[in-house]
Design a protein around this ligand. Structure first.
Ligand code: TEU
Ligand code: CA
Length: 596
């Protein structure tokens, strides 16, 4: 009983309602092995605020412009903190807010201790952080340290001469047979090497030319990173989302990409020989001294490799973003149709590869991917609201910390791009040059793919109301055009409509926060091969929930797997159904959650 009370205290500090816990019959569990002095576990898990969190990602450039220059900024975010809190989320992940020449919208950092001038000042940042804390929310910031900007002072020095003090901060190699040192390619098209005229040597850039890769094998570089992490942690931020962190340790001798990795080089660049050593060092030198959360963007990491990064006994990361689900609709960079059994198999695989010492994330969108309702739902006017609610139901009841991307709570959609001039993203512009201007891909085929998968789909400004530019900016033009559907899809209208996606999302978020079974409960897919219905249970002690989601545009009479009967309806997205028992008459894109 004492153990229960400790667990309760741990949980209620972050919002899980004590009332719903007292109804639980939690098995007495021995204290965990991992040195957490006597903390009680729940279903074997050590309770942690970041396991109970619902994270909302803010892309500052596109959230809200406060000063009429067409670019979102920190004051704009601060002005909408009530909106964010009202959604029922409790952690904000801020995409990079640092000084940057914006070759890749802030993922190319010039000064890690300065706020991007367009976004405001350090005191604006402090205000934002204060506003978040006042609302009992937390803030995690982006840590982008696989590379810096080529305008960072380190690189400005590094390129000056072969014997510059900063030379070894980056990865320089001489030409090989008059060409690039190896065949590595950049994710933004072309070679990953750029010859610098000053010394004639090449530097490595896995992303844009203006994003030179830092040399993590140099301990001075690692110390610089730890120092800048402490700078932000000492300000009070609550953790980091770590950009392409599995790439920081490069393979010994930088060998050529083998033929079978050419189409998926991320699996060759990731998980280098010293990755675990560097993460453990970062953990002991920095992270272990603070109560923070870490989530690694694990591009190129397989499900099988994941435990080695997130097992709490290894002291590396708390959780990672696995790309299997979000990239299920991709063949390389091209759209591919996906099936529901494939998606379900991914979640089962993630769950089964994980045990009580590990933790997962759940997400289907971010600033690098298309809009969730366009990619995984149905963004036609008839089904957009229902399918967005199905996805919200899923994201907030699966096992793992949910990450929601700004605007998805409104059911914002992909943008109807028709020409490359409407695009901003360096990935798309470079691909256009490499593929269309060389006549390898016809322009219309390229643009059709842009409409499906381009990163710009997620980067169009937030749609706040039906005024010009969706209320995002008072400027005549936003930095990237607002989606023309803003008069029909915007926050003001959804806040006023009790049946909106926004309000449904809020109810789902409340349900997750007050229901430990959705956080710590076991996950089981009860019908893995069904092509239309995703049905699963979440079970914690005697408490059991059934989630039934119709992922199709037709009505489905769904017979529950044998022995199962629908219990009390907890929430549904298309009005209150009156059927009970073992056959459910589901409408197109209907979502229901039952307590069994
Ligand atoms: O993304 C890296 C990444 O793994 C991809 O999603 C990448 O965006 C895609 O392959 C490009 O086609 C991170 C950031 O999230 C992204 O915005 C940055 O551009 C990138 O790293 C470089 O910092
Ligand atoms: Ca602005």
């Amino acid at each position: 009983m004492i153990l229960h009370r400790i667990a309760l205290a741990a949980i209620t500090t972050f919002g899980l309602a004590a009332a719903s816990l007292s109804a639980l019959d939690m098995p007495e569990k021995e204290p965990s092995q991992s040195g957490a002095q006597g903390a009680a576990t729940i279903n074997g898990y050590q309770p942690k605020w970041w396991k109970e969190a619902i994270v909302y990602q803010v892309y500052p450039r596109s959230f809200k412009d406060s000063n009429g220059d067409g670019i979102g900024d920190l004051k704009g975010i601060t002005s909408e903190l009530d909106y964010i809190q009202g959604l029922g989320v409790n952690v904000v992940w801020l995409s990079p807010h640092y000084d940057s020449p914006n070759a890749d919208n802030g993922y190319d950092i010039r000064d890690y201790r300065k706020v991007m001038t367009e976004f405001g000042t350090m005191s604006d940042f402090d205000e934002l952080l204060k506003g978040i804390k006042q609302r009992n929310m937390k803030l995690i910031v982006d840590l982008v340290v696989n590379h810096s900007s080529d305008e960072h002072q380190w690189f400005v020095e590094s390129r000056k001469s072969k014997d510059n003090t900063y030379r070894d901060y980056y990865i320089w190699r001489p030409a090989k047979d008059g060409k690039e040192p190896n065949n590595w390619t950049s994710f933004f098209s072309g070679s990953a090497w750029k010859q610098d005229p000053v010394t004639g040597e090449y530097y490595l850039h896995l992303f844009a030319e203006k994003q030179p890769d830092l040399n993590w094998d140099n301990p001075t570089v690692r110390n610089e990173v730890y120092d800048l992490m402490k700078f932000w942690l000492d300000k009070g931020v609550d953790g980091f989302r770590m950009d392409v962190i599995p790439f920081v340790s490069k393979r010994e001798g930088l060998p050529d990409l083998p033929a079978d990795y050419v189409a998926r080089p991320q699996y060759f660049y990731a998980m280098g020989p010293h990755l675990h050593e560097y993460l453990q060092e970062m953990n002991s030198r920095v992270l272990s001294k603070y109560d923070v959360m870490t989530v690694g963007e694990a591009f190129g990491v397989t499900v099988e490799q994941t435990p080695s990064l997130v097992d709490e006994r290894r002291n590396e990361l708390n959780m990672i973003f696995n790309f299997d689900a979000v990239r299920l609709n991709r063949n390389g960079d091209a759209w591919r149709d996906w099936t529901l059994p494939e998606l379900k198999a991914i979640y089962t695989n993630l769950d089964q590869t994980s045990d009580v010492h590990m933790w997962n994330t759940v997400f289907l969108s971010n600033h690098d991917n298309p809009r969730v309702v366009s990619a995984f739902g149905d963004d036609s006017p008839a089904y957009r609201p229902a399918s967005a609610k199905v996805l919200a139901t899923m994201l907030l009841t699966l096992k793992g910390t949910p990450f929601i991307y700004q605007g998805d709570e409104l059911g914002m959609t992909n943008y109807p791009f028709t020409s490359i001039e409407q695009c901003d993203d360096i990935a798309v512009k470079n691909a256009w040059k490499a593929l269309v201007l060389t006549n390898q891909v016809p322009a219309d085929v390229f643009m059709a793919n842009v409409r499906k998968v381009s990163r710009d789909n997620a980067r169009t400004p937030m749609q706040w109301d039906s005024s010009p530019n969706g209320g995002f900016t008072a400027a005549p033009r936003a930095w990237l055009a607002v989606n023309p559907n803003y008069k029909d899809i915007n926050a003001k209208q959804e806040l006023a409509d009790p049946n909106s996606i926004y309000h449904y999302f809020r109810q789902m978020a409340d349900l997750r926060r007050k229901t430990p079974a959705f956080v710590y409960g076991d996950y089981k897919d009860v019908d893995p091969s069904n092509p239309k219905i995703f049905a699963y249970t979440r079970t914690l002690g005697k408490e059991k929930y059934l989630v039934v989601l119709n992922f199709s545009v037709g009505a489905v009479s769904y017979s529950l797997p044998s022995g199962m009967k629908a219990g009390d309806l907890v929430i549904s997205n298309l009005g209150k159904p009156d059927d009970r028992g073992d056959v459910l008459h589901l409408k197109a894109w209907e979502a229901r959650v039952y307590k069994l």
